[in-house]
Design a protein around this ligand. Sequence first.
Ligand SMILES: CC(C)(COP(=O)(O)OP(=O)(O)OC[C@H]1O[C@@H](n2cnc3c(N)ncnc32)[C@H](O)[C@@H]1OP(=O)(O)O)[C@@H](O)C(=O)NCCC(=O)NCCS
Length: 183
Amino acid sequence: MEQDYKPVRYSQTTLTELMIPAYANFGGKIHGGILLSLMDKVAYACASKHAGNYCVTVSVENVDFLEPVEVGEMVSMYASVNYVGNTSLVIGIKVVAEDFKRGIVKHTNTSYFTMVAKDEQGKPTQVPGLILNSKEEIRRFMEALKRKDLKRTYKEELDNAKTSLKADTEQHLLETERCKVSL
Ligand SMILES: CC(C)(COP(=O)(O)OP(=O)(O)OC[C@H]1O[C@@H](n2cnc3c(N)ncnc32)[C@H](O)[C@@H]1OP(=O)(O)O)[C@@H](O)C(=O)NCCC(=O)NCCS
C-alpha cells in the first residue's frame, strides 16, 4: 500500500483569542497557564488534522514566556507540524500578542509540543508522512531532529548525574548556593 503523505499547510492552524480580565493573575498580567492551555488546544487541532486521528500531548518544550501578556491584548497562536516520527508529531507554536491601541505586536514565545496519535483502542498509531514544500519547512524538520537528539543526550547525562551525585560527600557543591544545610 502506498504510504500517505500530507503537506505542512494542510494542517496549519491559527487560534486567536482576546485576553479578558478573567484570565489575569494577581499582578494583572495573563496567567501562564491560560496561554499553555490555548497552546495545547491549537497543538491538538493541528496534530489531529494531520494525523486524521485523536492525539495526546506527550511532551512540551521551550516554554519561556519572554514578555508578559496584558489584559485587552489579542493573542494569536500559529501552529504547524514541524516533524513526524512514526506515531508522534512535533507541533511548533508561535505565540504573538497584539496591543491594538498602541499598535504593538510582541512575539512572546515559540514552543514545541510532541503529540502521539491514538487509534480506536487507544494504542499509538502511525501518522502520515510530511511533505516539505519550502526551505523553512526543511529547517524546522531538521531542527526538530536535532532537539530530539539533544533531549536523548540530556536525559542520559541527567540519569548519570543522579546516580553519581552523593549527598554525603559532595556537599561542597552547595557552598555558593543560597541554602543552609540543617540536619
Ligand atoms: C505517550 C504514550 C502514547 C507512549 O506510549 P508507549 O506505549 O510507550 O509508546 P511508544 O514507546 O511506542 O512511543 C510512542 C511515540 O511516543 C514517543 N514518545 C514517548 N515518550 C516521549 C517523550 N517523553 N517525549 C517525546 N516523545 C515521546 C516515542 O518516541 C514514539 O514516537 P514514534 O512512534 O514517532 O517513534 C503513552 O505514554 C501515553 O498515552 N501517555 C499519556 C499521554 C496523555 O494522556 N497526555 C495527555 C496529558 S494528561
